[in-house]
Design a protein around this ligand. Sequence first.
Ligand SMILES: [Zn+2]
Length: 369
Amino acid sequence: MTAQQLHNEAFVLDSHCDTPSRILEGRNMSVRNRDGHVDFPRMKEGGVDASFFAIYTSNFLENDECTRKAFQMIASVYDAIDDNYGEVALAKTVNDARNLKAKGVSAVFLGMENGAPFQRDLRLLRLFYRLGIRYVTLTHAGNNEICDSCAAVEKKWGGVSPFGREVISEMNRLGMIVDVSHISDDSFYDVLKYSRAPVVATHSCCRALANHPRNMTDRMIKDLAAVGGVIQINFYPAFLNDSYAEKFWPLCDAFDAAETDFKKNPGDSAVRSSYEKAKKEMEALKRPSYKVIIDHVEHAVNIAGPEHVGLGSDFDGIETCPEGLEDISRMEMLTEEMFSRGFSEHDIKLILGENFLRVFSEVENLAIK
Ligand SMILES: [Zn+2]
C-alpha cells in the first residue's frame, strides 16, 4: 500500500482547530480561502474525515459574554454546515462519523475550549451537550471556576476546584470527553483521579522535546496512557521546537499587540502599516519542518505506545504553521512521513484517528443513559 492509499483508507481525525472563531469573523467555509488554515474544500483535499471545531472563549471575557459568544459560534458552525448540505455534516457520535466517511461526507464535531460558557450551571453544560459539544477543554490561558491553567503564574485552586469535580462527574455521566490540554500539571493529576472515563489531551506536545508548560512531561504522557487516554500532538511550531520558540515569542507578542490595535482602529493607516510590519517580521522567521511533528509523535509512541498518540492541529488558533504543512490540505504529508520512518500501517491508522475514536467510544459507553 502507498502512503496515499493508506491515508485515504484510514479514518483521519483532527481533534482540535479554532475555525469557529474564524467563521464568526466571517470566513466563508464553502470556498477555498487564501488565508487561514481550514475550510471545507481544504479539509476534503487533506483527506481529513472528521475535525473537532473548538468553541473557544477567552478567560478575559465576562460570564454572560462568554455564554453568548459560545452560542453565536455554535450557530455559525451550524449555518456553515447547512450551506454545505450533502458534503459536510455535524457528527455527535463515533457511529455518525464512521457512517459519514462511508458516504464521503466530511464530519464536523464540536468541542468547547474553556468551560466558562456554562458558568457555574450544570444545566447549561447539559444544554451544550445537546447542541453537540463532545469534549470540554476545562480551561484556557487563565484559571477559571473549574480548575487552574498551566499559563497562570498564580494558581487559584491548586488543581481542580470542588465545582470542577462536579463538572467532570457530569461530563462522565453524559458521555463528554474531558480534555486536559491547557490545564496545570496539578489539575491534570486531579482529572486522572476524578474521571471515571479515559481522557484526552486534544492538542498538546512533548515537554521532553520542547520545554513549554503547555506540553506534557513523559511522566504525564505515561500516566495518561495508563488510564487509556490519548495525547494528540499540536502543530504549533512554538510548542514543537525550543530554538524557534525563543526567537518567536517576542515577535508574536509584538504581532498580537499590533493586531489588537488594528482591530480597534482598522481605518488608521499608521496602525495598519505597523500591523503589517509585525506580521511580516513574525512570518519571516524560519519555521521548523512539519517532520518535527512526527518527532513528537515518535517520542510519545516510544514512551506510551502507539495506542495513545494522535493529531490535534490547533489550526486557525496558531499564528504560524510548520514549514510544509501550511494548512489542513497538506495533512497527508504526515502520513508520508510516518510511512517513510517505518511506522506500521496498523500504527499509522491508530495515530491518524482510531486511537481518538477508541477513547470516544469508551466515553460513550461509560455514559449513564
Ligand atoms: Zn488551545
